[in-house]
Design a protein around this ligand. Structure first.
Ligand code: COA
Length: 183
């Protein structure tokens, strides 16, 4: 699928504005403490479930209802086993800061989803984690485009994806969902 020619990204009046890539990529926070990306495991299931049912997460998701524990467990086991899914847990020392998932959608496309632990949002961790994870996956899948679906009202998400090098490519529907892409 060709989404846009190089240098000709759509920029209609209503398209989300890409932000300047004005922040250096750092894997450390202001205090110099390192963030780590680990493989997500079955032991993280409950945390992931709690974060998924957080109201802000639900508001920004395609499926907005609460997810029952059993339904979550079935899904979680499936994605942990699936070879098309790459799941990262972001940690700092012993704190679990959030998770990032990459789904291999095709031979050319990875889809990304990020959900930070509500206790650690708004502290710059989402931005740093996304950059780290995207870079790591680019090394592993150099020829794949990375895409994400972002609601126009999700300003924090637009900021972190834009700063990680994503650009808005196309509106997906009238509900304000946009496809963002990074080469
Ligand atoms: C979106 C999300 C991943 C961002 O991670 P985060 O750690 O909270 O974001 P950061 O602290 O790195 O902040 C990035 C920028 O967004 C801003 N921001 C954070 N929360 C915001 C909010 N609720 N409204 C507007 N801006 C916000 C920050 O101020 C920062 O901008 P600045 O550097 O210009 O000050 C996180 O909030 C989250 O998990 N949200 C729920 C799930 C979700 O929306 N996932 C994305 C689906 S595409």
């Amino acid at each position: 699928m060709r989404l846009f020619a190089q240098g000709t990204m759509p920029s209609g009046r209503n398209s989300p504005r890409p932000l300047r890539r004005d922040r250096p990529a750092r894997a450390r926070d202001a205090a110099g403490t390192r963030l780590n990306l680990k493989k997500l495991t079955a032991a993280d299931s409950k945390d992931v479930w709690k974060w998924r049912n957080d109201p802000a997460t639900r508001k920004n998701s395609t499926v907005r209802r609460r997810i029952a524990w059993k339904e979550h467990q079935r899904w979680f086991r499936k994605v942990l086993k699936g070879r098309r899914h790459h799941l990262f847990l972001v940690t700092q020392k012993k704190s679990k800061l959030g998770m990032i998932r990459f789904d291999v959608r095709s031979k050319r496309m990875l889809e990304i989803s990020i959900n930070m632990n509500p206790e650690f949002r708004g502290q710059g961790f989402g931005q740093k984690s996304l950059r780290l994870a995207c870079r790591r996956m680019k090394k592993r899948f150099p020829n794949h485009l990375q895409k994400a679906v972002i609601r126009k009202k999700n300003k924090a998400s637009e900021k972190i994806f834009s700063r990680a090098g994503f650009l808005p490519a196309q509106a997906l529907d009238k509900s304000g969902r946009w496809l963002w892409v990074r080469r």
